[in-house]
Design a protein around this ligand. Structure first.
Ligand code: ZN
Length: 362
């Protein structure tokens, strides 16, 4: 990812302080009630808060930083801010309960860009406030289609999820192109849906076909786009393995077909099965090691963090290893890991990286 060994980064979102969450919540209530809510107040607050969240990550020593996704109502809801055809409703986001978000959107109409370049503009705002390289996350077409399409409400506009994904591939691709033009060095795709449904179907031809489709749609988004580092945050995938054993079994070897520079794994409970998956990845891929827990309170010691990474180093060269948390700290506005703990966790992963560099004499 960088020339530096054991570079550290984040997975998009950073916890928002209470003052901020309350403002966004009130704003969403107004929107959900159908009131004509003005964006201006909340957008101003968001923009004034970006320098703070950049400073937090810089102070922790993180190498590649994000804007904490503070401008987003949720990691996924961002698409409704840039596309027509989505209807807001206050409900649990159907992403398998992984993020516990409860602001949902449903596709109810024709999807067309209404704010092209939104991700590039997010990036530019962050870049004005930092000299660090930045990463911007956006959901995959497949994930948006899986979460926001419902038989009852979306079928009039799009007969099935794949039609939605097909519509989104060129739209998301355009966002990627505009980010590259804006000089964004790192782009992260989020996909909680890839590899679902979980274990009970993972042996079936239908599962394999759907997984192949998810990978193909993402490959079409990035096909031929150069000059940017791409990663895929594989969220909640530890349940995918046979009998829901922790691991990424069901996704391998299909993962090797991904034209992405770095899959980002949850490796806080890394085991022998995960190691086999890592061994099977092509050398061209870096290995994102999510070894700091984003959803647990309390701060892990650097030694504990380094311990997880050492297991990866038994089978992969240090040049391929990148360290990050196992998920975003606050994928929706409601997640509530203490922001000082977030800082502590980021400090821990940076200290672990330094410890590992010293161990191998780098
Ligand atoms: Zn996640």
């Amino acid at each position: 990812m960088l020339d530096k060994l054991f570079a550290t980064t984040v997975v998009g979102s950073i916890t928002r302080p209470r003052f901020f969450r309350q403002q966004v919540d009130a704003y969403l209530e107004r929107l959900a009630a159908g009131e004509d809510a003005s964006d201006e107040h909340i957008l101003t607050l968001m923009e004034r808060s970006i320098p703070y969240v950049a400073a937090l990550q810089e102070a922790a020593g993180v190498d590649v930083i994000s804007d904490g996704e503070w401008r987003r109502k949720s990691y996924l809801g961002i698409v409704a801010d840039m596309l027509s055809g989505f209807e807001l409703h206050k409900a649990v986001v159907d992403d398998g309960g992984i993020h516990d978000g409860y602001v949902g959107y449903t596709i109810t109409g024709k999807i067309e860009p209404t704010a092209e370049g939104l991700f590039a503009r997010e990036a530019q705002l962050l870049m004005r406030h930092t000299t660090k390289p930045v990463r911007i996350a956006l959901p995959t077409p497949y994930h948006v289609a899986r979460v926001h399409w419902t038989e009852e409400r979306s079928a009039d506009a799009y007969p099935d999820r794949h039609q939605v994904a097909e519509t989104l591939v060129p739209i998301i691709r355009r966002e990627v192109e505009l980010m590259v033009e804006a000089g964004v060095p790192f782009i992260q795709f989020d996909d909680t849906s890839i590899g679902r449904p979980f274990s009970e179907a993972s042996e079936s031809a239908e599962f394999t076909e759907e997984l192949g489709y998810a990978i193909d749609t993402l490959n079409r988004v990035v096909d031929g786009i150069d000059g940017v580092h791409t990663s895929l945050h594989l969220c909640g995938k530890r349940e995918v393995g046979p009998d829901r054993t922790p691991g990424y079994h069901a996704l391998a070897p299909a993962l090797s077909d991904l034209q992405i520079d770095m899959p980002m794994f949850e490796f806080k409970d890394i085991d022998a099965h995960d190691i086999e998956v890592v061994k099977g990845l092509p050398e061209r891929m870096e290995i994102g090691c999510g070894v700091v827990t984003a959803k647990r309170h309390g701060v892990e010691a650097p030694e504990e963090v380094a311990g997880h990474v050492r297991k990866v180093l038994e089978v992969a060269a240090p040049e391929r290893v990148v360290i990050h948390p196992d998920c975003g700290f606050s994928p929706g506005v409601y997640w509530n890991i203490d922001i000082d703990d977030v800082y502590g966790k980021l400090r821990s992963q940076v200290a672990a990286a330094q410890m590992l560099r010293e161990e191998i004499g780098a």
